[in-house]
Ligand binder design. Structure first.
Ligand SMILES: [Zn+2]
Ligand SMILES: [Zn+2]
Length: 134
């Protein structure tokens, strides 16, 4: 993705193109696995301060630029792309060795009958195992 593309993405989502947001968008597009808040802080330490990072992470999530993954580690991780919704589900692979979380290609086929009166906010499929690097 080129510089113009990040700019367009932010524009499409109605977010002002600040330096911080450009850096954050670029980071998410270029990294292949999900990032925790600490990962992001370490990677963008020169460009973004703590509170700005947190604020922009929230607005990115709300705008659907990134999605949050709860991998059961207790630490939320974030990856590029809108949150998986009904009909657009994708699974996440969690490495039990290095704890890296990857978004998986393809739809996660789920046939769950949600009882009447229940409201679904998020559907998540987690695959646990060992990644190619471990
Ligand atoms: Zn691994
Ligand atoms: Zn994902």
């Amino acid at each position: 993705m080129k510089k113009e593309d990040y700019e367009q993405l932010l524009e499409e989502k109605g977010l002002k193109k600040t330096k911080v947001r450009m850096a954050l968008a670029r980071h998410f597009v270029n990294i292949e696995h999900a990032q925790s808040y600490n990962d992001l802080q370490a990677a963008l330490v020169k460009e973004v301060d703590k509170s700005t990072l947190y604020r922009n992470l929230t607005s990115f999530e709300q705008a659907g630029i990134i999605h949050r993954i709860n991998d059961l580690s207790g630490v939320a991780k974030y990856a590029f792309g809108a949150s998986p919704t009904q009909g657009n589900e994708h699974a996440h692979f969690v490495c039990e060795c290095c704890e890296t979380v990857y978004c998986m290609e393809g739809r996660a086929p789920l046939q769950i009958d949600i009882p009447k009166g229940f409201r679904t906010n998020m559907v998540q499929t987690i695959v646990r195992g060992i990644c190619a690097d471990c």
